[in-house]
Design a protein. Structure first.
Length: 273
């Protein structure tokens, strides 16, 4: 089975460095609101935390900055990203973590080991998300909570004035992810997937970022051109459409009172047994 699904740092965008910067900006874009929800869902200092698909380590950094007595076990399938995160976090003098280079589908970790789990922007890339949720459930302690955070590209970026061409960009992105076994519209399915994965007390929130509040720059950094160029190179998007999207996007940005909004979908569940 394809364990890595539709996210590979080397191929998802035109350039690895741009993609790592984009991931960092996506953390910054939502962090304040996201953190409030993690705390509301039960995250606190001193916990043993599982982080699934930890990537470059930017979420690991944010959590350990806020909760210095917590300890994170990060599962990351990609050896380049696992190494990157170890170095990145060490440079920041952050030590309360271990990165294990494995798939969430084959962690080999003992049952009932963690107080809290965060799986952010990972399920949407996996061909078998329920198996991943079941593995998180298995290694969570009874009473532990798990939060799964994903996108739903039906409702990705919306703007005022409306840029109708963005739909063509997201349709191309979705086709590309589906072709690799991902599900870029998984956001709406999260509560059902958690229940099917064994969780109870399931709850669901949609958080949003608005350009009037976080600024345009944050959105520009968190989207970038790396993925559209890759979609063009892979034949999912034509240069004519990409040109139109760029023109209309620039027109929207120049418009007085323009707005950009984006959502993230969060589902939480508890292991009761
Ligand atoms: C979009 S990135 C998100 C990174 C990080 N969670 C964040 O929010 O910034 C998805 C991450 O999941 C990892 N990943 C994909 N399939 C995985 C699997 N089966 N097991 C563990 N990690 C996986 C990828 O290598 C990548 O680092």
């Amino acid at each position: 089975m394809n364990l890595q699904g539709s996210y590979q740092i080397n191929t998802i965008a035109s350039n690895v460095e741009l993609e790592i910067n984009r991931l960092k900006a996506q953390v910054e874009l939502f962090w304040d609101k996201e953190l409030k929800h993690y705390i509301e869902f039960g995250l606190n200092d001193g916990m043993l935390i599982l982080e699934v698909g930890s990537g470059p380590g930017f979420i690991t950094e944010k959590i350990l900055e806020k909760f210095p007595n917590a300890n994170i076990t990060a599962i990351e399938i990609d050896s380049f990203l696992a190494d990157f995160s170890r170095k990145y976090l060490s440079c920041k003098n952050i030590n309360q973590f271990t990165v294990i280079q494995k798939s969430i589908l084959e962690t080999g970790l003992p049952d009932s080991s963690f107080d809290f789990a965060i799986t952010r922007l990972v399920l949407e890339h996996l061909p078998d998300p329920i198996s991943a949720v079941r593995e998180v459930y298995r290694i969570l302690k009874p009473g532990g909570k798990a939060v799964f955070v994903d996108n739903d590209f039906e409702m990705h970026i919306m703007t005022y004035p409306h840029v109708s061409e963005l739909k063509e960009l997201y349709d191309a992105y979705c086709q590309s992810r589906y072709s690799e076994g991902g599900n870029p519209k998984i956001g709406r399915e999260l509560p059902t997937i958690l229940k099917n994965g064994g969780f109870s007390g399931v709850d669901f929130e949609i958080i949003s970022a608005h350009s009037e509040i976080v600024g345009d720059e944050m959105f520009l950094k968190s989207e970038g051109i790396g993925i559209p160029i890759k979609l063009l190179n892979d034949g999912f998007l034509s240069s004519k459409i990409l040109g139109r999207i760029s023109t209309e996007w620039r027109r929207m940005m120049k418009s007085e009172n323009h707005s950009i909004i984006r959502q993230l979908y969060m589902a939480v569940g508890e292991k009761t047994l």
